[in-house]
Ligand binder design. Structure first.
Ligand SMILES: Cc1cc2nc3c(=O)[nH]c(=O)nc-3n(C[C@H](O)[C@H](O)[C@H](O)COP(=O)(O)O)c2cc1C
Length: 311
């Protein structure tokens, strides 16, 4: 069980949120003002959307104690969190300020919305939004395994596949392109330079390109944003967010090394899929999971994909 406490303030109003992850479920306790209490409870459950079965929607209900009005906040917050995090969510809300007028109520609702946005934006690290790029280097299985693990962890993944990546998925694995796309929260067309991830104002916790070809490495090193994958990587760098490149090629000439050097200078992390043997790998999957574990470590995501070296 993990929990975080965050708060938001505006004028005379401050609201606190305690956010607890209980297995797959989420509990949010909201309070603020002069008399702590429980005013209302909102609860919501994610479900397949009736309009579009490929998307998640949520059904919510509220219970309100007599004379209290926090049901508005509790119900809306639980519903949006359940839909976006794909978890059951309960929001317990109790806020009271003496003589609160309509204007104050609006401000408090706005504060609660900001708290909800912060929960979704990863301030509490419940859910991270990660862009995953898969290119046509050998080892597309690294990208696939990363997507599987992030899906299990209920992270919001935004996937971009290059055309050569699609060919290598068929060449090197038993997955179809549709299988791989099915692992992502959202798929983006590589030609769609107007996608949200093309802009820095779309907040993310970073991007991983796994595997990364020398061609894409070169595009990133030179900000040659001819496709959405390279543009998203360039945005990740300019916003000073984590960018991890699982560069796969061997042997390497000086030009390749210079490209890696350039990306490292720009703040990117070069993480070639180099196996380690201290965790006694027995299967190819163990070697793959070791690299995925290294990526998750850098993204500050807890995992137990490999046994750590403890001396
Ligand atoms: C089976 C196969 C394996 C490849 N492996 C690599 C590789 O490990 N590293 C690399 O830089 N390019 C590799 N390539 C070449 C890239 O696919 C090629 O340069 C392509 O244009 C990269 O485009 P992309 O970066 O947009 O995916 C491979 C190609 C094939 C068909």
């Amino acid at each position: 069980m993990s929990f975080w406490k965050i708060s938001e303030k505006k004028d005379n109003f401050e609201v606190f949120a305690q956010v607890e992850v209980l297995g797959d479920d989420l509990l949010v306790v909201l309070w603020g003002g002069t008399s702590p209490h429980i005013g209302a409870i909102g609860m919501a459950q994610p479900r397949t959307s009736l309009k579009d079965p490929k998307t998640i929607s949520a059904t919510s209900s509220a219970f309100t104690f007599l004379g209290h009005k926090e049901d508005v906040v509790a119900k809306a917050m639980s519903e949006e969190l359940a839909r976006k995090l794909n978890r059951k969510v309960v929001v317990v809300a109790g806020m009271h300020w003496k003589g609160l007028q309509d204007e104050g109520i609006e401000e408090v609702i706005g504060i609660c919305q900001r708290l909800k946005d912060r929960i979704l934006e990863g301030d509490t690290e419940i859910m991270k939004r990660i862009i995953v790029g898969v290119t046509g280097a050998s080892g597309v299985i690294y990208g696939i395994r990363l997507l599987e693990v992030l899906k299990d962890l209920k992270m919001e993944t935004h996937l971009i596949l290059t055309e050569p990546a699609k060919q290598n998925i068929l060449l090197e694995t038993t997955f179809t392109v549709e299988d791989v796309e099915g692992l992502a929260y959202k798929i983006h067309n590589i030609k769609d330079l107007a996608a949200p991830i093309s802009s820095g104002s779309f907040k993310t916790n970073g991007m991983v390109i796994a595997p990364c070809t020398i061609k894409t490495l070169s595009g990133v090193a030179h900000s040659y944003s001819e496709n959405l994958l390279i543009r998203a990587a360039d945005v990740t760098l300019k916003e000073r967010r984590r960018l991890i490149l699982v560069v796969r090629e061997t042997p390497l000439h000086k030009g390749h090394l210079e490209l890696m050097n350039r990306v490292a200078d720009l703040g990117g992390i070069i993480l070639p899929p180099v196996p380690a043997f201290y965790h006694s790998p027995r299967r190819i999957e163990d070697l793959i999971d070791h690299t995925i574990g290294k990526i998750l470590d850098l993204m500050k995501i807890d995992h137990s994909l490999y046994k750590r070296w403890e001396g």
